[in-house]
Design a protein around this ligand. Sequence first.
Ligand code: PLP
Length: 409
Amino acid sequence: MSSDLAERQRRVFPGGHFGGFRPPEDLEIVPVRGEGSRVYDHQGREYIDYVLGSGPLVLGHAHPAVVEAVRRQAGLGSTFYMVNEPAIELAELILSALPPGWVLRYCNSGAEATNYALRLARAYTGREKILRFEGGYHGHQDYTIGPASAGIPRAVGETVLVAPFNDLEAAVATIEAHAGELAAVIVEPLQRVIPPVGGFLEGLREVTARHDILLVFDEVVTGFRLAWGGAAEYYGVVPDLATYGKIIGGGYPLAAVAGRPEIVGLTAPGAAGPDRFVFLSGTLNGNPIACAAGLATLRELRRPGTYERLHEVGRRLRTGFAEIARRRGVLLQVLGDGPLAGVYFSPEPIRDQAGIDRSDRARLNRLNTELLKAGVLVNLSAKFYISLAHTDADLDRTLAAFDEALARV
Ligand SMILES: Cc1ncc(COP(=O)(O)O)c(C=O)c1O
């Protein structure tokens, strides 16, 4: 493999990366192959992978069932710009996990899905504003990327209210003060790696329903991951709309917005009337190769015991990290739920973005670098993603590497 790939990437991409996670300068990693829980880089180095393509690869890299499904569909045609068999089968399987009667529309990325969900909510309610939570991430689109990006029209920002996560009283106060203007409240039910405190999601459900405001669960991460029925099933709260991405495309570009038919149905021309019709279409929406990959992935996930295993792996990592930190006398907060885990250097329990902002991020970056050096590929400013391909031996090696890395930082 060409070891000058690292050099070449710096010439063509600003900063030498795609804009998201990047390994530290002195540790450039250009992945050239993934297999199961492993990634191999341009210098032949091997990593246990907890980035997993930022989450889609819940079966691990190049799972045989996904590879076979993609091969087969590629030979049958790559795209039609029309409804196709894998798209129908996948939609049926996705909807079998969601509240009865729901329907969906496909798009290509999680950001598109959240953008469409908010557009649908505005069309359905006839109101313009939305409320999001501080520290929540819903992709690159203008309405929720907030202060993290320049180039957002001020007029767009003026339609967005922000409340702290896990503070029901504050959220209810903001919602009630703006009830007549609010189309939607959008939330990651498990925000990054911060679980919802008891009653928070239930309280959002109650106050939004009371004011005819739509509750949107961004399930791009949690969908088919926390449980087959995602966070809605896991936390027992049913939203009006939900967005899916990552897992449903099995590592190929696919996302969806799903919800009650009277809302998502506004995307069907003729059904809604001209002033409520919501345009939702794209060249590659419902792409058959992505749908075939998603279908193969969801079929594997439906096998008995998969969620038990994913949760067990998550639990083992979280308890392992916490125990190592305790033994070393390091004030480390271990967050996450189910197959998601994250760590922060902080003396206090973390329940919102302010808590994360008070943690020692520089030290976290150093820990990330030490883990990479030890062959553990993870994006600690995001989370540990876990796959069914991670073995108990992988976990033992990861915890040993974590122990040594913690000692060094
Ligand atoms: C909760 C959540 N929503 C939306 C998105 C955006 O998805 P995409 O990167 O596919 O646009 C992400 C991406 O990480 C996410 O974590």
